[in-house]
Design a binder for this molecule. Structure first.
Ligand SMILES: CC(C)(COP(=O)(O)OP(=O)(O)OC[C@H]1O[C@@H](n2cnc3c(N)ncnc32)[C@H](O)[C@@H]1OP(=O)(O)O)[C@@H](O)C(=O)NCCC(=O)NCCS
Length: 236
């Protein structure tokens, strides 16, 4: 039996923040935060409209999304987390926007040289080439993913980092996973994003070491073990 982490145990250093489920009305604010938080990402470099379409796909695609925002006292969005079960978070976005993206990439050919393009985007583009493979891949992915709740992205605006908001969002995502019966969570982070890796490790995430020589950025969190830790800490 897995229990909730009481949110009262998590302190933030931002007074009067509140958490709300995000919807399509928050698309512009989410896009702005993505661009300010990940200014060097491929999506950001391709421009506002590409980032907007990426998140639009996460809101409207065939996913079971947990999308939570943390708002400051003036109602400003300070950060967000997208988690859940995603069916083609990247490949579906590429497919739905292929002509637009093709045109955008042509206007910025330097993108082809970026390691992120080769690491994340190229495999998804290849997959799109044969629709049957894509369907098979998505089905396979779905079977694998049902076992584990994914964190697609978490971003706290630079102005609000280090105030406990990231931890708050991650704990809420964890509670959502637990309430849906998941025993495990997973995410992929850029292996060189050491600040984020340390943040996740501090929250009990572990690196998944596959057979390749270098760590690919996959991380996991065992919710059953976490629950045992939380229970042993709780006052009797
Ligand atoms: C990574 C990120 C989500 C963390 O959110 P945050 O609100 O700044 O972090 P918090 O203030 O909640 O910190 C939670 C804990 O992690 C620790 N932590 C946060 N950043 C850390 C870092 N760079 N190194 C070590 N520990 C760190 C804090 O010390 C804190 O520990 P405490 O509870 O004992 O005080 C945020 O900094 C961010 O958006 N970064 C840029 C985007 C990014 O890289 N996202 C992840 C990849 S998808």
């Amino acid at each position: 039996m897995v229990n909730f982490v009481p949110l009262s145990q998590i302190s933030t250093r931002l007074l009067n923040c509140n958490l709300q489920t995000l919807d399509i009305d928050d698309l512009f604010a989410v896009t702005e935060i993505h661009r300010d938080t990940f200014p060097e990402s491929m999506l950001s470099l391709l421009g506002f409209e590409v980032v907007r379409r990426y998140y639009l796909w996460q809101f409207t695609g065939p996913h079971d999304v947990f999308s939570l925002g943390v708002f400051g006292d003036s109602g400003t969005l300070c950060g967000y987390c997208f988690g859940g079960i995603f069916r083609g978070a990247l490949s579906g976005f590429l497919n739905a926007n292929k002509y637009f993206l093709f045109w955008k990439v042509l206007t910025k050919p330097g993108i082809f040289l970026m390691p992120e393009f080769r690491r994340r985007f190229l495999p998804s583009f290849r997959l799109m080439r044969r629709e049957r493979d894509t369907q098979f891949h998505l089905l396979q992915q779905e079977t694998d993913q049902r076992k584990s709740f994914g964190i697609l992205t978490i971003a706290i605006h630079p102005q609000f980092q280090g105030k406990g908001l990231g931890k708050l969002l991650m704990k809420r995502a964890e509670n959502a996973a637990i309430s849906q019966g998941f025993r495990e969570m997973n995410l992929t982070v850029h292996p060189e994003n050491t600040l984020a890796v340390e943040f996740y490790q501090k929250l009990g995430w572990e690196k998944v070491l596959d057979n390749s020589t270098a760590w690919s950025g996959r991380m996991t969190k065992n919710l059953v073990v976490e629950n045992q830790r939380e229970s042993s800490r709780a006052p009797s």
